[in-house]
Design a protein around this ligand. Sequence first.
Ligand code: ADP
Length: 425
Amino acid sequence: MGREEADFNPSVARTHAEHPRNYGMIEKADGHARIKGPCGDTMEFWLAVSDGRLKRVTFITDGCGSSLACGSIATVLVEGRRIEEALSMSQEEILDSLGGLPTEFEHCALLAANTVQEACRDYLAKKTGQSGSDFCRDTLPRQVGESEEDYLERLQLHTRMSSIRNKIVVLSGKGGVGKSTVAVNLAASLRMAGKKVGLLDVDIHGPSVPTMLGLENSSIAGSREGLVPVDLEGLKVMSLGFMLIDQDEAVIWRGPRKTEVIKQFLKDVAWGELDFLVIDSPPGTGDEPLAVCQMVEDLDGALVVTTPQKVAAVDVRKSISFCRELKIPVIGLVENMSGFVCPKCGESSRILRSGGGRRVADGMGVPFLGEIPIDPAIAEASDRGRAFVCPDNSSLASRSLRTIGESLLRIDELKKAEEGGPVDG
Ligand code: ADP
């Protein structure tokens, strides 16, 4: 993406910087956003929307010539587009249209893209907050028998999810097999690969992600866009645990109350643009994981975690059948607590019957993604509130977790190739 000064052709950028198009504000705009970038520059956009299309787009900025050029070209690019198309405006698109910018000014393009997206979300939030959203009714029609209220909620969730490229759910047939451990460390390994990652913990009875990441005392901020996830060194984290005042609260709720809480939560989180959302689901195949999998439409796949013993294998078969019924692709099976790594010599030994995960995967025709040994350092890391996977951890368990992360990266690459977008080298 970055360019050297030598191969940078400034003519398009200079024209927009010297003669910015659509500069100014729109009175009574349908959508508006103002963002201050990390460089201190502010960008502000206004939208006038009609029939779900951007009829007019304007901007102002207190930034440098590059900010003017990026804001100006962004208005030109999105005018006339449908709102859901404008939501996917990217930094790359702005840079490409300008013929590139020197690397140190590329952040201006990101600021412009983010502000356009925020203005679109502002429009959608206003629409869905009112009596009827006609946004993308064509692309997401109302279902037979669906109430207007349910439909609007589904639209809102759809809008949130449309800025997330890969949505992966981590499932397990029962609790205690290491589902949350796998979810946390997969999110960490994807983040280490430079991806924009969100981690969503919807395990209503045992939201353990805040503890595993040392975020028990984090409080959640609300914004006009919704609930803002906690930022942990670039990893966006949201957990039902942040919302439950008393951890035992959910235990006494009846089923419909639980699914209602999950639904509200899913639709209220403002993730922004993500490469991956890793969802730590409630265990089992009951109403709660069902609610999660049904509400997050277009899940890209499920990762099923099991342990080697036979009893876990029975549960994992149920999880795979559950995915098949819901038409969620099974990315693969992970066997956790497979063998024991001695903390003294680092040797792995089999202390429990093992190989169950691979047998079930073969028997049910799903990929087997790997084995993670029991490693006391995993439990220690989680007690200390840190992800186990980190750049300087080369243990067997860490390598296994990173290999599983790589299978998710490959899915993303395939998806990009199918969509005709740029594929990482
Ligand atoms: P689940 O989400 O399936 O209920 P957790 O991920 O919360 O399970 O794991 C349960 C406990 O087991 C946690 O204390 C976690 O640190 C520990 N644990 C999980 N996997 C391993 C492993 N491979 N080695 C050692 N401890 C593990």
